[in-house]
Design a protein around this ligand. Sequence first.
Ligand SMILES: [Zn+2]
Ligand SMILES: [Zn+2]
Length: 430
Amino acid sequence: MLGEMELLAKATTTSGFRLAVATVARPWRPSPDGGDGAEKPPSGDGGYNLWHRRSVRQKMAAKSEKGSDGMHGRIAVFSQPNAPLNLETHAMPSVQTGEVLVRVTCCTICGSDLHSISGNRTVDVPTILGHEIVGRVAVLPDAGPVRDLRGDPLHVGDRVTWSIAASCGTCRNCGRGIPQKCEQLFKYGHERLGTPIRPSGGFSDYCHLLRGTAILRIGEVLSDAEACPANCATATVAAAHRIAGDVKESRVLIFGAGMLGVTAAAMSSHFGADEVVIVDPVPQRLQTARKFGATHGIHWMPTAEPNSGDPLASLHGKFDVVFELSGAVDAVEASPQLLDIGGRLILVGSVSPSRPVEINPELVVRRLIRIEGVHNYRPSDLVAAIDFLSATRTKFPFASLVERTFGLAAINEAIDFAMSDRPFRVAITP
Ligand SMILES: [Zn+2]
Ligand SMILES: [Zn+2]
C-alpha cells in the first residue's frame, strides 16, 4: 500500500483533515497455523497455538481489559449455495499488533452476497459473508496504537467502517499504487474460515480486522443504514468517479439503477453534471433514481427485439461519461457509440464471465475514447465515500434504500426477503 499510503499522507480531504497511514506496512496474511506472519512462534515449543495462548495470557495478566479471551460471538456460516446459513457460537480471537476486533452493529446484504448464496459466484467455503459493515471497536492490541486513515489512534467504542480489502503494503502492486490488487489481498466477507475462528465477514457479532486494513472512524452523524454501503457500493462509485475525472457540466449516462447506479447518479449530480441519464429495465428503479439526482430515466431491455426500436439510438455521441454498472454485455456493447469526442467509458459491472463484446476500434480511435475498468478501490475512495454521504445525507434519501432490518438470528429470513423482493438493501443488526 506504499504508493497509496504516500498519496494518503499528502492528501487533504474535502473535510479538511489530513490523512495518514492506517497501519504498519508489513505482510499480515494469516499463516496456515493461524499466525499473522509478523511474529513467529518459537520452534519446538509446542507450536503456534500454545505460544499464542501463553503470549496472550501474559498480556492479559498485565491488562486484562485488552484481550478478547473469554469473549464469544455468533457467526452465520455459509457452507454451500442455496442452503441456509448456519448460526454458530465461537470464542473470538485475541488481537495482535495492528489488529482490531470490531463489534458489528450493522451489515447490509450486497448483491454479490446474493450471487454467492445462489451459486452464481464461486467463494471458498465455509465462510462468513457480508462486507458492507459498520461497527464499534471492541478490542485493541496491547502493543502500540492502531491508527485510522486520518492518523488518529483508535479507541474502544469508536464507530468505524473499513476498506473491503486489506493489503500487504509491500508487494509490487501495492508499491505501484494499486493496493486493491495486492498480491496477498484479503477481502472481508469473502475469505475461507480457518482454525481458530477469525470472523472476517459481517454476518457475525464481531469482525476481526487485520493489519493492512484501512479503518475509518465515521463519527455518529450518519445512520447505520446510510453508512453501511460506504465501503462497497459508495466507495466503488467514488473510485469510478475518480477515474472518470471531473463531471462538472458533463453529460453522464449510467447503465444500471441498482445501489451502484443510484449512488453514481447522486454523485454525478452532486459534483455538477448537467445531465444524468440512467438506464434500467425496471421502471420502479428509474423512479427511485430520480430521487438521487437522475435527470432522465430510460427503460431499456438489452434483450429487446432488434426491430422494436432502440431508445438509445437517438443518444449516440451525446455523453462525456458512461458508467457501465449493470454488467449486462449488451450494455457494454452499446456504450462506446453513446460517447462524444473525448468520452470516458468506465466499466464496473462486469464481474462475472460473459461472451466477448464487439467494439468498433475506429470509433474509439477517432472519438478519442478512453475505456477503463474499476474493481475494488483505494483507501482514499473510502474517505471520499464517507465525505460524500456525510455531505449529501439531507439531499438524497440513502437511508430509505435499506428496506428492512433483521436480527442475526433471522439471517436466513433476511436472505429470503432479499432474494425474492430484490430491495436495494436489507440490513442485519446483530
Ligand atoms: Zn458489495
Ligand atoms: Zn500488497
